[in-house]
Design a protein around this ligand. Structure first.
Ligand code: SF4
Length: 181
């Protein structure tokens, strides 16, 4: 993986998840200092830039596709990123957000916003993204190149994958396979 600016450009975002995978990214601790010499984070909750550049070397998505904003963001990342990485079990297999899939969406909303609410129960309709009827993993809506499972993935796994990609190698999936731990 290479970039005209020498550094590998990286974009990250979270979809439907808990941000724990991004916290695991930060758990690389002092290794982040070395990585900062090699990568340029051009879009992320970690940085101020709020516009995805037209071309990015590596896109990292945490979380599942649960609403129309997640769907839009995943498609945007796929269109802008040369390599797309699913980070964590929510992105890789739906994980916790997909637990609603056996139920009808209307029943889930009713249960969440009316039945289990004592004070002023109401279903939000304005300024909130539209929920999709079924939660899907990222590769359920766009093609994904690299999968890093785990809830969250270990910082060591994230570091391994990033260093392999930066070196122009394809990460060995057996080094990062870890579901639900
Ligand atoms: S995989 Fe786990 S840590 Fe990552 S967003 Fe989902 S619930 Fe959070």
């Amino acid at each position: 993986m290479s970039s005209s600016s020498q550094k590998v450009t990286v974009a990250t975002t979270w979809l439907d998840g808990c941000s724990g995978c991004h916290m695991s990214f930060l758990d690389m601790d002092e290794r982040l200092v070395d990585l900062a010499e090699q990568i340029d984070i051009v879009y992320s909750p970690f940085v101020d830039a709020k516009e995805l550049p037209p071309q990015v070397d590596l896109g990292i998505l945490e979380g599942s596709i649960s609403n129309d904003e997640d769907l839009h963001k995943a498609r945007e990342f796929r269109a802008h990123c040369k390599v797309l990485l699913s980070l964590g079990d929510c992105a890789v297999n739906g994980n916790v957000p997909a637990m609603r899939n056996p139920f009808k969406l209307d029943d889930v909303i009713e249960r969440s916003y009316r039945e289990n609410v004592d004070l002023n129960p109401q279903i939000p309709t304005e300024g909130v993204p539209q929920l999709l009827s079924t939660v899907r993993p990222v590769h359920g809506v766009v093609s994904v190149d690299i999968f890093v499972p785990g809830c969250p993935p270990q910082a060591d796994a994230i570091h391994y994958v990033l260093t392999e990609l930066i070196a122009g190698r394809t990460p060995d999936p057996s080094q990062v396979t870890r579901f639900g731990a």
